[in-house]
Structure formats: C-alpha cells, structure tokens
Design a protein around this ligand. Sequence first.
Ligand code: ZN
Ligand code: ZN
Length: 333
Amino acid sequence: MLTETAEGLFCEAGDFHIDPWGAVPRALITHAHGDHARAGSAAYLCAEASAPLLARRFGPDVKIESQPYGRVLTIGRARVSFHPAGHVLGSAQIRVEGSDGVWVVSGDYKRAADPTCTPFEPVPCDVFVTESTFALPIYRWDETADVIADLVGWWDGNRERGLTSIVFCYTIGKAQRLLAEIGRVTDRPIWVHGALLPMIEVYRAAGIAMAPTQALIERPRGTSFAGELVLAPPSARGTPWMRRLGDLSDAFASGLMRVRGVRRQRACDRGFVLSDHADWPALLDSIVASGAGRVLATHGHAEPLARFLREQGVDAGVIRTAWEDEGGGDDHE
Ligand SMILES: [Zn+2]
Ligand SMILES: [Zn+2]
C-alpha cells in the first residue's frame, strides 16, 4: 500500500504521504515531533488530540484536519484510520487498507503507562512499519514510578543542600509526562522555562492533570530558586538564562541516559532514564502483537532490528528516512 519516495512514505491509492520530510499536497501525520511533522505541506491530517499541537507548531494559517481514534475514512481507494500509539498526546499509528492488504505505520510508540496519552493499541496488519529509536538489546526501561521516586529523592537532597534542581527534557511529551508523574507524588509547584509553556498549555487544555507550574520569568530577578525544581528544554543549557538559578544540580531525562557514553557526553550531574519510546522487549512484543507477515523498521536502529528479525525467520526490511544519519532525531528521545 505504501512506497518510498524522495519526500517520504507514499500511498498511491489515496494520493497522500505519511510523515513526509518533503513538502507534499497531503500529509498524514503520526504525531507532532519534528522528525515526523514537518512544515511546508499544503494540508495535514492527524488524530484529534494531535491537531492543537500541530497548530501550535505550524501557526494558524496551515490547514490541519483531524480524526478521532478508530474512525475509518475513505481517501481515494484507501481506507485510513488512526489508532493510539502511547507515545505523546495525540500520537497515532496510521492504518491503511486497500487492495494490497493492511499496512500499519506505527510512528513512535511506547508500551509503558503514561498519564498524558491514550495507551498503545495493537492493530492487526499484514505489513507493520515500526519505529526503532531504541531497537538495541541494551535498551530496557525501569518502572516509571521508580524513576520518578529517584528524581524526587534527588530533588529533596538538593533542597537540603540549598541547590536548585534543573531537569532538561523535550518540549512535547517528556516535560508534560514529568509534570503529570511528579504531580502524583507532590503538589509543590514546578518552575518552567518559557519555551515549555505553549505545549504545557495545550496539554492542560486537553484535560491532562499535571503538577502546578509557574513560569520562571514571572519571578522578580534576584529571587532565589534554592530548593526548587525547574524544567527546561535541552537548548537552554549553558545559556545566560541559567544564571538566574544560582547554585544548581542538573539532570537530563531521556532514554539515551541508559548509555554511559551519552551520559558522560551530556555531562549532567544525573541522568534519569525515562523514554517515550518502546524499549527492546516492548518493540519485539509489539511486532508479534501486530501479527504482521512483513515488518519494515525505520526511524533509528532500523538495520540491527531488521537483521535480528530476519535471524528469527521474520520477513523484515528497512525504510530509510532523511533522519537516519542524525541518529533518529534529537528532539524527543
Ligand atoms: Zn516522537
Ligand atoms: Zn521519532
């Protein structure tokens, strides 16, 4: 049902692309992260809860249509529906059915519980296009509750020492998931960098319960942040903005923190291993759950995953993306 083109995955029967990196007439979008939702296409179609995120990213003049999860839409000779992927708010697997069978494009997904989005739902198909961001056996996630307890304990320790705690996290998904998870164990307010505010607002408007937040900028200059917890995007690191925070301890929350070399390279005091992607066992489980006879890996460690699957007797290949050489995109792990 889908073929690779210079702009990305294309469905000829429905005359649309899925998560194209080029500008196309009609783009179906799995979710609002930058390596999947690129500006410049004439029209967009996504799952309902994803639309406000896309609108924030692309601006008010861009044509964005949306569909509730599970509703089937006929586009040309293809039947299309969006199904929860459990990755970030509004993230979807896209199911495409036509004369060549049923294809499912997973987008990014995870199987761990996440209070900020609808859980992943296995969708039976003939061909499963799976992401592979963390498709190596070293990637196995701990229980989220344990990671959060660890983080809150670190925050408490810093408070006793009179330090500000700052956690760097991605703008869409990770920041809100941290706020939701931390909000379950404490009602203390969390300070946030201005760049995180618009997407936090979108999540609040969608009814997602999160810890109370305050914009750092609202506090008069010179006020102490000792003992407070601050969330900021990775791009804020090392900027003059940081000076307001006083003596601090810093941390990065990402699946990448599983790798010692990456932890060292980021040189934060702490790395909290918290990912919005499936880990190795969850990827393999999800591939089996799809029931697909053919599996195509993309977005990340696609080659190793495809090779492993072939060794298990699965018909598996790779779909290259414009992001492959960038390590799977750096805005969302
Ligand atoms: Zn993503
Ligand atoms: Zn991605």
